[in-house]
Design a protein. Sequence first.
Length: 268
Amino acid sequence: MRAKDIRKMAGEGPIPMVTAYDAPTAAIAEAAGIDLLLVGDSVGNLRHGHDSTLPVTVDEMASHTASVVRGADEAFVVADMPFLSYGADTDEAIEHCGQMVKEAGADAVKLESGSHTVELTDRLTDIGVPVQAHLGLTPQRENETGLFRQGTNTEAAREILDLAHKHQRAGAFSLVLEHVPANVARQVTDDLDIPTIGIGAGPDCDGQVLTVDEIIGLSEGVAPFSKSFGDVRGEMRDALESYREAVEDGDFPAEEHSHYEDDVDDFY
Ligand code: KIV
């Protein structure tokens, strides 16, 4: 799959997308029939124990992206560009985005977007780096905006629509819409030719994305607009408890987990 194929998916039926941070998750997501993987900077909160996505570095994202790419066969892998890796200096931003594609093997990058990313999106797509835009709640701006719903009045909703058009014109192949009212997301989706992928943006986007940790029930809780479809946290705890008990009770390792050598003299 290429960015040009995803571009054509607008209006074609709901597209499932999921975050992945490592090779096994990528392989399992693909086996579950999910072909769009986002290596989100949410890895910062969900896997690195940070309070926000802000501390995540380019090298960390490149490492997670490379792992996902190794685990995926056919899936389209989007690398999220971390805070301050773009937006200040264009050449530096291109170098960082290039690292994701050239070194880590991503198919595209995602930029938390605003007026500062329109030109960059244009530049990147021009030189062959597909860009997924991201509007609405953009967690990298949490010190500026907080982690609140966006587009909740006419002016703010119009700004999202305007920026969505600007990024489409700049060449973005799709647009993530996070935590915006469903009616705003619907309008943006109807207006654009590229697919919108919603998270907390209602049912009318062209696709949906959630973090894998929330979907499988690995994270401690879920955002109000998210949903757990499993209880991996519970299953993991049960397995670890069983292992601890087996070790403490002397049941593990059993005979079948051990091997002996007759040729070793003077040892039991
Ligand atoms: O980092 C992330 O996981 C994201 C989304 C969930 C859209 O940006």
